[in-house]
Design a protein around this ligand. Structure first.
Ligand code: PLP
Length: 381
């Protein structure tokens, strides 16, 4: 079945009482037993809920996994996955991952005795060298945030698993969504999402998802999500299920707009550099072709701040909201150095290649011509 059909038809038609075409919201915190030891599959909403189960079925189908846990936020999903580890375990990950992931790794889980190596994951030799006896997980985020560097999922997984098959490979697939990237095809064990972004797509929910490929991991993660209490509410699950049905169409629209805006920015005299996987200037063309079915809706650029101060540029924009987050129908723009990635601290920011002039853009689904006109007038200052 095509992903467009799966997005619309998976996890729906659940109501036999009134034949509702869409999945109902079951806000009940608890479910009564028919008799001792016998219920209809749900007993308490933290552990399981019919509306959330419908969403989980849908996301699992889109990624090609055997199951999914929908969580309260993307960070809740990431936290639950990290709880697969124990003190003394080691994780290999990128030096330019999402700032919130960096924060929970470096400042929360490191304090609990888990060790992290933040490396340039585009360098497969560096990946190989980073693996230690106690390495239990490799954490991949691609394209990277905000510089859109591409990590070779298959290359990294082979590099670590050739040394120890038991190392768990996790991919944060938030930036491209299952519509443009299928990490399970490259040997990934677990996929995480911030469904706050493209999967919901309407900037009205925070949510996350964990998708698994093997039954043992599924059982352990479902146990952890319930034990930690990080599952998603029925109402938010329903909103995400509503949003995900148009994921394929939205991703196409995000991409078309991002391509037009990236080309416009690349030709502008007040822009020093543009980062977008769809541009010929992106240095990883072969990998992009191999691993991605599309380029996505995120781009970044460096403003020539000698010609136009950052504050003037941001202040002049009309359609682009100055806001963190991404993946919604409306275009957002932000300053990673002082906003989304500030928690990394200056040293880690510099090491990752980000600059004070770097601007991140999430292209919505508006007409590209209007977005370009808005940027054009703001670049005049
Ligand atoms: N992963 C990526 C790539 C993100 O960009 C974000 C949030 O921006 C997260 C995870 C965390 O998700 P949430 O904000 O839903 O907790």
């Amino acid at each position: 079945m095509d992903i467009k059909t799966k997005a619309v038809h998976t996890g729906v038609y659940k109501d036999s009482s009134f034949n509702s075409v869409t999945t109902p919201i079951y806000p009940s915190s608890t479910f009564y037993f028919d008799e001792l030891g016998k219920h209809k599959g749900f007993d308490y909403t933290r552990s399981g809920n019919p509306t959330r189960a419908a969403l989980e079925e849908n996301i699992a189908a889109l990624e090609g996994g055997i199951g999914c846990s929908a969580t309260a936020t993307g960070m809740a999903a990431i936290t639950a996955v990290l709880f697969l580890l124990a003190p003394g375990d080691h994780v290999v990950t990128g030096d330019d991952i999402y700032g919130g992931s960096y924060r929970v790794f470096a400042y929360v889980f490191a304090k609990m005795g888990i060790e992290f190596s933040f490396i340039n994951m585009r360098d497969l030799d560096a990946v190989k060298k980073a693996v230690k006896k106690n390495t239990k997980m490799v954490w991949i985020e691609t394209p990277s945030n905000p510089l859109l560097h591409i990590v070779d999922i298959e290359g990294v997984i082979k590099a670590v698993k050739s040394q120890n098959k038991a190392i768990l490979a996790v991919v944060d697939n938030t930036f491209l969504s299952p519509y443009f990237q299928k990490p399970f095809a490259f040997g990934t064990d677990i996929i995480v999402h911030s469904t706050t972004k493209y999967i919901n797509g309407h900037s009205d929910v925070v949510g996350g998802a964990i998708v698994y490929r093997a039954p043992e991991i599924k059982d352990r993660l479902r146990y952890l999500v319930n034990a930690l209490g990080v599952s998603q509410s029925p109402f938010d699950s329903w909103l995400v299920l509503r949003g995900v049905k148009t994921l394929p169409q939205r991703m196409e629209a995000h991409q078309a707009g991002a391509m037009a805006v990236a080309k416009f920015l690349e030709g502008h005299s007040r822009v020093k550099k543009v980062y977008y996987p769809g541009l010929k200037s992106h240095p990883q063309q072969a990998l992009i072709k191999k691993q991605m079915q599309g380029f996505g809706g995120m781009l970044a650029f460096e403003l020539d701040t000698k010609k136009i101060p950052l504050a003037n540029f941001f202040k002049s924009l009309k359609y682009f909201c100055l806001a963190e987050s991404l993946g919604g129908v409306e275009s957002l723009i932000e300053h990673p150095w002082s906003m989304s990635h500030a928690s990394m601290g200056e040293k880690a920011l510099e090491a990752s290649g980000m600059m004070k002039e770097t601007i991140r853009v999430s292209i919505g689904i508006e007409a590209a011509s209007d977005l370009i006109d808005d940027l054009d007038q703001a670049l005049k200052g």
